[in-house]
Design a protein around this ligand. Structure first.
Ligand code: BG6
Length: 298
């Protein structure tokens, strides 16, 4: 469907419309009072402004917007694997659904704001990369909170195993002053220290490249940002893991779609099921993972 047809079918006057956004890619713009922008490419939330707030999500000024490429910033969806796929040369990092167009299923006004539902269904190309039949839906509600729910249905005849993440990029004042609360005492794999297993002592702070998968983390996490004088809270369900990432100087420079000087202004806190906590789903069953994001000033 082209943008005119998408608008004829789904636009809601004064609440939501479909526009040609970055690279001409179709995106749902939620018009207020909370503002949002959600690309159909990757079902990718690229902007969320709750009333009275600066942007909460971070987007790179160097992001690509093209078929086959991931958008840098916002909320990429990693599925059906997280990170590189072990043993498979050339497999897309973080899976293939963030690199392709999803179908817009519905837009409606709900009590909490505007809900946008997108889906991607297994096809010949997905089966060549990952031999399972599935439907993956992403339900996003843009309101004073941002709620994202990833719903996986196994439509095949055999069980499947999948990793998944809402790879959320948050905008911060200065990463060196940020602290992340809610992970103290949990175990993590430190990807920048030979994948050693460690235990988190106190809050997470940032003094260099940080790339960690925290396992069995069910509690909410909070980003304390003294610079922007706000606290961002991430509450989740159906997710056992949390990934924390900032590329710092050298890795930022090495990434073509990430500005060299952008790293102090972002942090990723990712709601995930990865590694030993990958989702195991029998035929015909459904699994949901959701994150609710809210912001408090002060
Ligand atoms: C994080 C990973 O989730 O995503 C990092 O833990 C990775 O290892 C980062 O570098 C960005 O990945 P990508 O594929 O979007 O460049």
């Amino acid at each position: 469907m082209n943008i005119t047809e998408l608008n004829q079918k789904h636009a809601i006057s004064g609440a939501a419309e479909i526009i040609a956004a970055g690279g001409g890619l179709p995106a749902v713009r939620v018009l207020g009072p909370a503002h949002g922008l959600i690309y159909l490419h990757g079902a990718h939330v690229a902007d969320w402004h709750p009333p009275g707030q600066k942007e909460v999500l971070w987007m790179s000024g160097a992001s690509l917007f093209a078929d086959g490429k991931a958008i840098r910033g916002g909320v990429p969806i990693c599925f059906p694997w997280f990170g590189p796929l072990g043993g498979v040369a050339g497999a897309a990092t973080h899976g293939f659904v963030r690199n392709r167009a999803w179908e817009l299923e519905s837009i409606r006004k709900v009590a909490a704001g505007v809900e946008v539902v997108m889906k991607v269904t297994s096809d010949a190309a997905s089966r060549a990369a990952w031999p399972h039949d599935f439907v993956l839906r992403h339900r996003v509600t843009v309101g004073s909170e941002l709620t994202m729910t990833l719903e996986l249905t196994n439509t095949g005849t055999a069980p499947l195993q999948a990793e998944e993440a809402l790879h959320t990029y948050f905008s911060v004042g200065d990463i060196k002053q940020v602290r992340v609360q809610g992970l103290a005492g949990t175990h993590y794999i430190d990807k920048v220290d030979g994948k050693k297993e460690k235990t988190q002592a106190g809050d997470v702070d940032f003094t260099g490249e940080t790339d960690r998968v925290y396992f069995d983390t069910l509690a909410p996490t909070t980003i304390e940002d003294p610079n922007l004088r706000r606290r961002i809270r991430i509450t989740k369900e159906g997710s056992r893991d949390t990934v924390v990432w900032n590329p710092w100087i050298a890795k930022a420079k090495a990434m073509a779609d990430f500005g060299d000087d952008e790293w102090p202004g972002m942090v990723c806190i990712e709601t995930a099921n990865a590694g030993p906590n990958a989702v195991e789903l029998p035929a015909g069953q459904q699994h949901s993972m959701s994150a609710v994001i809210s912001v408090e000033n002060g």
